[in-house]
Design a protein around this ligand. Structure first.
Ligand code: NDP
Ligand code: 2IT
Length: 447
């Protein structure tokens, strides 16, 4: 039984008991609860409703087997999930992740974060996430297609444009969305916006591919403004070389900054001259078309390649854009000692809790649920365009994205302002995301 808790300890003890072994989920909830429980205690209208207890229990989790055949004719089986976490303010919305590390705990943490992130965008989107422990690396296009078709053969029953709208995440890009959407369209015999991140030829939004990376840099720009600083002339350390990292690097270059690094699970490249527009085009081709390794960049441009993560490289700005828990306490210390000014998370929960604690108290620090919300925001715009059966131009989409990111920064500032005038972006994002969802829960009865 869940009881209304006004203290964090008994609340977390109950959550750990109900969700044993799910460390990623525990960490995500702990961070939110430590800001939201005190807020509830100070605001009577949110009391006595078990709001956080209800919000930490997913509406439902669908778990299923995905059987498929590899190119050698072997039958393979994977596990997949869709975590439909909360539809309090709109249909479930969130990405699908294909990676060997995907587990129920990882998807629950991502789905939980998504509730607050989606609320912060101001768009009517609930929180969800899905994925599979399938590893697309080294698989042929045909194998990926058979896997996606098999997965959607089950998933299609549970999704729809007014129910649950999946999109991409790690290991799910344009190719996978195409195969998934193709099978959805066939099985449902409808052409609707039941997925986002679609190709431009079949209902996708211009600017969606770029949105998460661009959005993270727009959020950074807003944070720097509070210190009368700009991106121009600043060096940046970036991790990852996937969808988020590539377009984060692109926007840093466009705004006059100098990205020094990029990485993948094999290691990172350090280019002291900076990754420029031409090198980035080469990198996009390497990663988006040839599906190559980041080490090839070092061979092509004659710079250093190292194993591990790039956090030892001195820079003004940091953008972790690869995966969860990729930056630990010692990395945070190194970045701070090297004079870091600000960090904006492109990935979801890339900083371990101890690293987050240090950064939150030392530099301008934006949690992913605020700074990487640009991706899902433009997914929301894709849904609107699909419903209206129109396509906005890149300028229109990009203007809306900039307005949404500035709006999230404003909400974080409003709810995260400390007594000394500084902004705690983590607190601001947690409370700013909670308020709308909490209001919706209160007003819709006990469900
Ligand atoms: P991609 O699959 O396009 O790229 C992921 C990148 O991170 C690759 O360079 C990959 O290297 C690296 N990476 C993944 N796992 C690990 C690992 N365990 N250790 C080291 N490197 C790793 O994914 P995205 O760019 O879409 O997603 C990156 C992050 O951003 C994730 O946390 C995701 O949840 C988050 N995000 C994504 C959004 C989107 O719109 N796509 C929106 C908001 C957040 P390799 O290829 O070697 O595995
Ligand atoms: O983590 C995320 O916000 C995403 N992977 C994007 C979700 C979406 O629905 O576009």
């Amino acid at each position: 039984m869940m009881k209304n808790c006004s203290d964090i300890e008994p609340f977390m003890a109950g959550l750990l008991k109900r969700n044993p072994g799910e460390s990623e989920f525990h960490n995500a909830v702990q961070e939110v609860a430590s800001d939201v429980i005190p807020f509830i205690n100070e605001n009577e209208q949110y009391q006595g409703e078990c709001l956080l207890e209800r919000l930490t229990e997913p509406d439902r989790i669908i778990s299923f087997r995905v059987s498929w055949k590899d190119d050698l004719g072997n039958v393979r089986a994977n596990r997949a999930w869709r975590v439909q976490f909360s539809n309090a303010i709109g249909p479930y919305k969130g990405g699908m992740r294909f990676h060997e590390t995907v587990s129920q705990s990882v998807l629950k943490f991502l789905g939980f974060e998504q509730i607050f992130k989606n609320s912060l965008t101001g768009l009517p989107m609930g929180g969800g996430k899905g994925g599979s422990n399938f590893n697309p690396k080294g698989k042929s296009d045909d194998e990926v297609m058979r896997f996606c078709q098999s997965l959607m053969t089950e998933l299609h029953r549970y999704i729809g444009p007014d129910t649950d709208i999946p999109a991409g995440d790690i290991g799910v890009g344009a190719r996978e969305i195409g195969y998934l959407f193709g099978q959805y369209r066939r099985l449902s015999n409808t052409f609707t916006g039941a997925m986002t991140g679609k190709g431009l030829a079949f209902g996708g939004s211009i600017g969606r591919k770029e949105a998460t990376g661009y959005g993270a840099v727009y959020f950074m720009r807003e944070m720097l403004k509070t210190k009368d600083e700009t991106i121009e002339g600043k060096t940046a350390v970036v991790s990852g070389s996937g969808n988020v990292a590539l377009y984060c690097i692109e926007k840093i270059i466009q705004l006059g900054g100098k990205p020094l690094t990029a990485s993948d699970s094999g290691g990172f490249i350090h280019d002291p001259e900076g990754i420029d527009k031409e090198k980035l085009e080469w990198l996009k081709d390497l990663k988006e078309v040839r599906r190559g390794r980041i080490s090839e960049y070092a061979e092509e441009f004659g710079c250093e390649f190292h194993e591990g993560t790039p956090w030892g490289i001195k820079a003004d700005l940091a953008f972790p854009c690869a995966t969860q828990n990729e930056l630990n306490e010692s990395d945070a210390k190194t970045l701070i000692n090297n004079g870091l000014l600000a960090l904006a998370e492109g990935a979801n929960m890339p900083c371990e809790p101890e690293a987050q604690h240090l950064l939150r108290n030392s530099v301008l620090y934006a949690p992913g649920k605020a700074s990487n919300a640009g991706g899902v925001a433009v997914s929301g715009l894709e849904q609107s365009q699909n419903s209206l059966r129109i396509s906005w131009s890149l300028i229109e989409v990009d203007e809306r994205l900039q307005t949404i990111m500035a709006g999230i920064h404003e909400k974080c500032s409003r709810y995260g302002k400390l007594d000394d005038g500084k902004i705690d972006y983590v607190k601001g994002a947690n409370i700013g995301g909670f308020v709308k969802v909490g209001d919706a829960l209160r007003q819709c009865g006990v469900v």
